[in-house]
Structure formats: C-alpha cells, structure tokens
Design a binder for this molecule. Structure first.
Ligand SMILES: Cc1cc2nc3c(=O)[nH]c(=O)nc-3n(C[C@H](O)[C@H](O)[C@H](O)COP(=O)(O)O)c2cc1C
Length: 363
C-alpha cells in the first residue's frame, strides 16, 4: 500500500475519498485564489543558510504557551465543519492533539459541541470564537468554554463577511446532511445545510456573525473572561500594534488560508514586519501554506512562536481519521527536527534567538 512520506501526499489521497464539493470547500480560497497560492509559494522563495560544526545535540522541540508545556510549536488550526470529512470529525482531531501533546483550536463552527470535544482532550484545547450578532450568545459561549476546560480563546476577526469562494458558489455547496453546528444548537442556530439558494455556509454565517466589530468588542471580551485572548486574522502591522494596546495575549498572522480577501500578501512575507512591531510583547503565531518542517523553521526564524496547520490536518483526517491526523503532525515534527539539526539548532529558543541569520538574502 502507498503511504504518504510527506504532508503534500495526503491531499490526492484525501481527494479520492471525498465528494468533489467537499474537497473543493476545504481546498478552495477566495476569488482567483491568488493569496491561497502565494501563501505556499512565498515559503519556497525563502532560502535557508545553515551553519555547520555547531556541536549541538539533544534536539528539543518543546515550547511553553500560557503556562502550558507542549511538545512542539505546531498547532492545529480551527476548521469548521470537519464532520463533512469524517463522522468522528473534531473528536478524532482532539485525540490526535492529545496524543501529540500539541494545541488544537476548536472552531465555533464545529459539528460536535465544544463540551463533546472536550471529553476527548481535557488538556490542550483552545476555542476559536466568532463574535455573534447576539451578545448574549457570545457571552454564553465564552462561559461554556471556560467551564469545559479550554485554556485560551482565539477570536477570528477577518470574517465579518464570508469571502467569495467561487468553488462553493459553483457547487451550490448545500449538502443535505444532518450535520449541525452543535455548540450553537441551544441558541436555535445549529442548522446549516438547509436547501436554499447559494452557499448554505455563507447564508448561515450571515445569520450568526456580527458584521460591525471593533476594538471595543475585544475590550468587552477581556472584561467577561480571564482566558488569554488571541486575535486571529491580523495582516497589518498597525493592527498588531492596536491589538497589543487593547490587551491581547497573542496575535495570529493569518489571511484565513486565502479564503477571505484575495490578493493579500502571503502571511510569511508580512510576518517580519509584524514581529518587529510586536517585539515579543505578546505571543506571535502564523498560519497559511505551511506544509514542510522547513516552512515551520522559517516562520520561527522570522519571529513566530508557533504555527497553525489547517488543510493538511483535514487531509490526514480524510485519509486515516485520528491516526491520519496524527501522522500529519508527526511528519511535520520529524521534518522540523531534521531541518533544525541540519541548520545547527537544538532548541526552539535557539531558533528564535539566532534564526534571522538562517534566512539567506542575496540582495
Ligand atoms: C475547511 C476550512 C475551514 C475553516 N474554518 C475556519 C473556522 O471555522 N474558523 C477560523 O478561524 N478559521 C477557519 N479556517 C482557516 C484556518 O483556521 C487557517 O487559518 C487556514 O486553514 C490556514 O491555512 P492552511 O490551510 O494553508 O494551513 C478554515 C480553513 C479551512 C480550510
């Protein structure tokens, strides 16, 4: 049997298993998918300049985030509706994250409820929140998250309207399934796949997500929870500065995997500028297009504390459920470890300290 030796090889295997419209929903980006491609291509343009004879041994990938000791700087990005891929969906991913001792961010748009998922992993779950039109729902979700032992809150701010995902429009992505967003059931907002015009996901988010959000909403969130708040969807260094002023504990440099505003820069291209603004005052994360251990090394070298992985985890889930997702994580970890070895680094702290010297510049 063919088995994947790298993360990219999961994708065609997953595609064979998924309905074409489900694959398109996961794979696709907005408009012409320029940002989607750029996220990936930008990593390939960056070249590494290793140091040799550095006498390093005892590789250690572990990091600490908000008081929690984790095995590696790899995190699972929030992805809504994984139940369209496997019936075990985010439960399987939560178990894989637990086995690997890495953070999984559960999307508010999960199919299992946040309480159901926390039964599988009481240890390393963060919750990703969209601000809701109804303030009561947001507040109630935040309280449930804390009660269910989630240790941090990600607030996604780049989705006040859903990007124009043309694959979904073309496919009229309206699977007539019994899949629900179960964390939202008690508010009467759990049904997604209704037969209607256009993309049911776009229609559902129009109904649920708050469209006019501001820094005051973040201040309000800070008042109602003591969980660390991490803002997801920052691309502009000025916004990074504002986020710090408004007391966030972390920033995720993200363009939503190219699914929102098309033609934004690749996240890795904008990371150095944001890292210069952040000056390690808060934790800095990045996602989008990360498919290799060398990509992770580049992100850490350019200022990230950890990275989030989106689609490859979904491909892993499609191919092999929990074990498939775990295999994706393990491959990335092994590749990162090897890249660090070959560049002469034995710890993530060392990569962060001396990493800039690793980035080759011929200008
Ligand atoms: C199918 C799918 C669903 C997603 N759902 C969410 C979501 O519910 N909330 C969120 O903040 N981001 C969501 N994202 C964006 C991811 O969290 C992440 O930013 C992106 O996938 C990273 O890029 P990558 O897939 O190239 O690794 C989703 C991405 C995909 C592919």
């Amino acid at each position: 049997m063919f088995f994947p030796v790298n993360v990219n090889e999961f994708e065609p295997l997953a595609q064979d298993k998924l309905l074409p419209e489900v694959y398109d929903f996961c794979r696709g980006g907005a408009n012409d998918e320029i940002t989607l491609a750029e996220n990936r291509n930008a990593y390939d343009r960056i070249k590494l300049l290793p140091k040799v004879l550095t006498n390093r041994e005892n590789q250690n990938l572990s990091i600490e985030l908000f008081g929690q000791q984790l095995s590696s700087p790899i995190m699972i990005a929030p992805t809504g509706l994984p139940g369209i891929i496997t019936s075990e969906g985010e439960k399987a991913t939560a178990r894989a994250a637990k086995a690997a001792n890495i953070v999984m961010a559960l999307s508010m748009m999960s199919n299992f409820s946040l309480e159901e998922v926390s039964q599988e992993n009481h240890h390393s779950l963060w919750f990703q929140l969209y601000l809701c039109q109804d303030k009561y729902i947001t507040e109630s979700l935040v309280q449930r998250v804390k009660k269910a032992s989630y240790t941090a809150l990600i607030v996604t701010v780049d989705t006040i309207a859903l990007g124009k995902r043309e694959r979904d429009l073309r496919n009229q992505f309206n699977l007539d399934q019994n899949l629900q967003a179960r964390s939202l059931l008690e508010y009467g907002l759990g049904e997604i796949f209704k037969k209607q015009e256009g993309s049911s996901i776009a229609n559902h988010s129009k109904k649920v997500f708050k469209t006019a959000i501001s820094w005051q909403d973040l201040e309000w969130l800070k008042e109602i929870t003591d969980l660390p708040i991490i803002i997801k969807g920052i691309l502009n260094p000025e916004d990074a500065a504002l986020a710090i002023q408004h007391g966030v504990s972390g920033i995720i440099v993200s363009n939503h995997g190219g699914r929102q505003l098309d033609t934004t820069p690749a996240t890795i291209d904008i990371l150095p500028e944001i890292a210069a603004t952040v000056e390690q005052k808060v934790k800095l994360f990045i996602d989008g297009g990360i498919r290799r251990g060398t990509d992770i090394l580049k992100a850490l070298a350019l200022g990230a504390d950890a990275v989030l992985i989106g689609r490859p985890i979904l491909w892993g889930l499609a191919v092999g459920g929990e074990q498939g997702a775990l295999k994706v994580i393990n491959i990335l970890q092994e590749e990162l470890e090897l890249a660090m070895t070959l560049c002469g680094f034995s710890s993530i702290a060392a990569v962060k300290k001396y990493g800039k010297e690793l980035i080759y510049s011929n200008s």
